[in-house]
Design a protein around this ligand. Structure first.
Ligand SMILES: Cc1cc2nc3c(=O)[nH]c(=O)nc-3n(C[C@H](O)[C@H](O)[C@H](O)COP(=O)(O)OP(=O)(O)OC[C@H]3O[C@@H](n4cnc5c(N)ncnc54)[C@H](O)[C@@H]3O)c2cc1C
Length: 274
């Protein structure tokens, strides 16, 4: 990866590459065949709306930023994972069109965060003395566990928490991929979500949680989970009696079966009762 001293528009050519190599190293190293060449800039852009009526934007069409930190592809895929199941439910007439607005509400802030942190990384990478001094400060902060955990979770997106209401600390976060023991053997949330359907993981050994008219849409899995759950950023969390997980792996509700918020969450995320 080479930085060109001047901004060029259009396709990169072998000649551009040769000149950039000579500018940096004083030689083109006898450059011969080039298999692949691409040009990108450190520009940042974000669509104001991810949804306007029937038009929905995801991936680089919704947000572009410099590649520092390798975040773009992951965020784009997560946009699609957030949108896919909502779109399916609306197309089937199971959920109202307003469900699609939650796509923008949840994903726009994630794109904005990536833009901000890649801008910061571009600034940190500047090759002058002042930025060198700033890099030293950052290195010292990142040598601390707390700093490393914070920035690591930010770059990996593991600290994302959608604002879904509800009092439990797991709500809005990705369900941790812990081992679950069911009557038929061990499994994990990621395995249960392969079908693309929502799942209620129910650890209540006495009375199963009743999901009433949503049984046709929500998979109900009774499972034992031992110990606390280790959740990125949050740390150890006591295992709730039951957890309702959306098809994108984010927790829609956590609590016990008597909690009226469960019905509200089922209705809000998976459509009115059949
Ligand atoms: C140098 C570099 C390194 C990167 N490294 C990483 C990394 O390590 N990790 C990471 O997560 N991300 C990385 N990224 C970002 C990542 O590549 C992008 O975020 C990702 O490819 C975006 O995927 P996308 O499907 O949204 O868009 P694109 O990959 O741009 O796909 C859009 C497609 O639509 C096609 N298209 C456009 N217009 C039309 C049309 N009118 N009709 C039909 N087709 C059309 C295009 O040809 C293209 O194939 C990097 C980016 C760069 C530039």
């Amino acid at each position: 990866v080479l930085t060109e001293p001047e901004l060029h528009h259009g396709e990169a050519t072998v000649d551009h590459l040769r000149r950039a190599l000579i500018a940096v190293y004083g030689t083109d190293f006898g450059l011969g065949r080039v298999d692949w060449l691409s040009r990108f800039t450190d520009m940042v852009r974000q669509a104001v709306d991810y949804r306007r009526g029937r038009v929905l934007l995801a991936g680089d069409a919704a947000h572009v930023h410099p590649p520092q930190g390798g975040q773009g592809l992951g965020i784009g895929v997560q946009d699609a994972v957030n949108l896919g199941w909502k779109l399916a439910q609306v197309v089937r007439g199971q959920s109202p069109h307003s469900l699609l607005d939650t796509y923008h509400a949840e994903r726009h802030p994630v794109g904005e965060r990536a833009i901000r942190n890649t801008m910061a990384q571009v600034a940190l990478a500047r090759p002058d003395e002042r930025h060198e001094a700033l890099r030293e400060v950052m290195q010292r902060l990142l040598a601390l566990d707390a700093g490393r955990r914070e920035i690591g979770a930010l770059m990996a997106g593991l600290d994302i928490r959608y604002d879904l209401g509800g009092g439990h600390p797991l709500v809005g976060r990705r369900v941790p991929d812990v081992e679950l023991r069911t009557e038929t053997g061990t499994t994990r949330p990621a395995e249960l979500l392969r079908s693309g359907r929502p799942v209620l993981i129910d650890a209540n050994t006495d009375v199963p949680v009743d999901i009433g008219p949503w049984t046709d849409r929500v998979r109900h899995v009774r499972a034992r989970c031992e110990g606390d759950w280790e959740v990125p950023v949050l740390g150890r969390v006591r295992v709730p009696v039951a957890v309702l997980v959306r098809p994108d792996g984010h927790v829609a509700w956590a609590g016990d079966g008597g909690d009226p918020d469960l019905t509200r969450a089922l209705d809000r995320w998976f459509g009115p009762a059949a």
